[in-house]
Design a protein around this ligand. Structure first.
Ligand code: CDP
Length: 208
């Protein structure tokens, strides 16, 4: 069983994907971490994010420590968003994601292109959205909770820019798969969003 959870920044897709994985007893991959790890590599080497070749080199020897706070820092988020538009980078990360999705028993993956590119055969595809303001508010609180003080206006501008880049790129742009279930979490708290995601997923699994 494969569950694909896609959506824009701070839409709640990570929380939903983790909860679905727990609910269905499946392993979970946050594919955004792969792009962030490439960005962090590049940043540490002093590589140039404007060079597709250097970004591709940063895909080698990808050691990901999900606890590394730098993965979520502002410069790394910005670089992740720009290098994720390179076809060579996306191709280099694809096999790893498809292997994870194809493991016996299945998996839950969250990202931008899981339902469209990584696992178009997924049994359940959720596309999670929320208004720009709600997402900016969530991300501001998230950063504050991590001890990285942030201004709402800056966070909003940053998310808006990333939405545009993610949606406008030619390779694997951010868009719902034709058969995706759309879930708007603007008016829901985390618990409500998870409950709705579980309900809709079970419904989809029952009805095929
Ligand atoms: O939730 P948030 O957008 O802050 O971050 P993320 O999901 O960790 O993704 C980081 C960056 O990687 C995003 O800006 C996307 O451009 C990119 N990404 C992608 O292109 N494809 C994916 N499957 C996952 C992330």
């Amino acid at each position: 069983m494969i569950i694909a959870v896609d959506g824009p920044a701070a839409s709640g897709k990570g929380t939903i994907a983790r909860a679905l994985a727990k609910h269905f007893g499946l392993p979970h991959m946050d594919t955004g971490l792969l792009y962030r790890a490439v960005a962090l590599n590049l940043w540490r080497w002093g590589g140039d994010p404007a060079s597709e070749f250097e970004a591709l080199r940063a895909c080698d020897m990808l050691n990901i420590d999900p606890g590394d706070e730098e993965l979520r820092s502002e410069p790394v988020s910005r670089i992740a968003s720009s290098i994720s538009a390179y076809p060579a980078v996306r191709a280099a990360l694809l096999e790893r994601q498809q292997q994870f999705a194809g493991q016996p028993g299945g998996a839950v993956l969250d990202g931008r292109d899981i339902g469209t590119v990584v696992a178009p055969q997924a049994d359940v595809k959720l596309f999670v959205t929320a208004s720009l303001e709600v997402r900016a508010q969530r991300r501001t609180r998230e950063l504050e909770a991590r001890g990285m003080p942030a201004h709402f206006d800056d966070v909003l501008a940053d998310i808006r820019a990333r939405d545009e880049r993610d949606s406008a790129r030619d390779t694997a742009p951010l868009r719902p798969a034709d058969d995706a279930i759309l879930l708007d979490t603007s008016g829901l708290d985390a618990e409500g969003a998870v409950a709705e995601a579980v309900r809709r997923s079970e419904e989809q699994l029952r009805n095929g």
